[in-house]
Design a protein around this ligand. Structure first.
Ligand code: CDT
Length: 313
């Protein structure tokens, strides 16, 4: 019997700073309705999906920063989204800024949760690869202060047996790192859901700007093929507060092929029927990890952080 999961990549267009969560949730509920019409089992929303991408601004007031964070989920403004998905019988993955407490210590993470069709939160992931910088760098056209506003995630990359498959999550910059996919590949992942906010302009390396969509697709296709898994990449995109962010949300098969892709830089649902067994022939042959991997030769990957050139002249 084929193990099919119909997934909707729910790309979001820009969210301006003045847009209320209520307005954003309305847009997300509309995408859930479209997903129901297309027979989706699962909808994937972007990273930090409820607000504008706030790390672009240097802010000194913690109260101001915290306006972008969720203290509970579902909370008063997000409950309608959970109810709409539940009524539609659809599971979803949502990215948001998480404010939690460890005793008295406030902790802030760039987080995603996975909610199943019955409305139960089955998985949580806190972003590990936080890009950007921690101090104000006024020379930049805009800031990228994820290293200031978030802690490095402490949950690792989990894979959950839910909705008929083995599902995992990663967030934005994680998609550029092969370790992200491999840790989930080693848990027999079958679908990795990734939300992103990727400004086209990279102030420290503007020569990369014209290659943004290429790099986006390159890393997700490689991650899918090398781990024989589906990858669903979902953007928040368009011009947000004067800052252009790339779209190109896509669904990649375990063969490495892109099977569906967004054509706008706005709210758009991209749908694909995914056979969760489509990676099996790769997992049994080229990428039979148990047979072919050589972990005794990979030690440097975890022992060493930065590249060290070879010694000698
Ligand atoms: N949100 C996020 O992680 N964005 C980063 C921008 C880094 S600049 C290349 C990304 O990797 O897309």
């Amino acid at each position: 019997m084929t193990r099919l999961i119909t997934v909707g990549a729910a790309q979001l267009g820009p969210i301006q700073r003045a847009d209320s969560r209520a307005r954003v949730v309305d847009r997300m509920i509309d995408l859930i309705r479209q997903a129901k019409d297309h027979g989706c089992d699962l909808v994937v929303f972007p990273e930090l999906a409820l607000t504008t991408f706030f790390p672009r601004w240097w802010m000194e007031s913690q109260d101001e920063i915290d306006t972008f964070f969720e203290r509970e989920l579902p909370g008063p403004e997000t409950r309608r989204l959970f109810e709409a998905a539940n009524a539609a019988g659809i599971g979803f993955k949502l990215g948001f800024a998480e404010l939690t407490h460890d005793g008295k210590r406030a902790r802030r993470f760039n987080t995603a949760v996975l909610v199943d069709k019955s409305g139960r939160q089955v998985g949580k992931y806190r972003k590990i690869h936080l890009p950007g910088h921690a101090e104000h760098e006024p020379w930049r056209a805009f800031q990228h202060l994820e290293k200031r506003y978030f802690e490095v995630g402490d949950l690792g990359w989990g894979v959950w047996k839910t909705m008929g498959g083995h599902l995992g999550m990663a967030i934005c910059n994680d998609r550029r790192w092969p370790e992200t996919y491999r840790v989930m590949g080693l848990q027999d992942v079958e679908m990795i859901m990734i939300g992103y906010n990727t400004p086209r302009h990279n102030p420290p390396a503007p020569d990369h700007d014209r290659l943004s969509e290429f790099h986006n697709q390159l890393v997700m296709q490689a991650g899918a093929y090398q781990n024989a898994t589906w990858v669903v990449g979902v953007a928040k995109c368009g011009v947000e507060e004067g800052c252009e962010m790339i779209g190109a949300s896509c669904i990649v098969a375990p063969t490495g092929q892109v099977v569906a892709q967004a054509i706008t830089q706005d709210d758009e649902l991209v749908v694909a029927r995914c056979d969760l067994d489509a990676g099996l022939s790769y997992k049994k042959s080229t990428f039979n990890f148990a047979v072919h991997r050589q972990p005794q030769a990979y030690g440097m990957i975890v022992e060493r952080k930065g590249a060290v050139p070879p010694s000698g002249t």
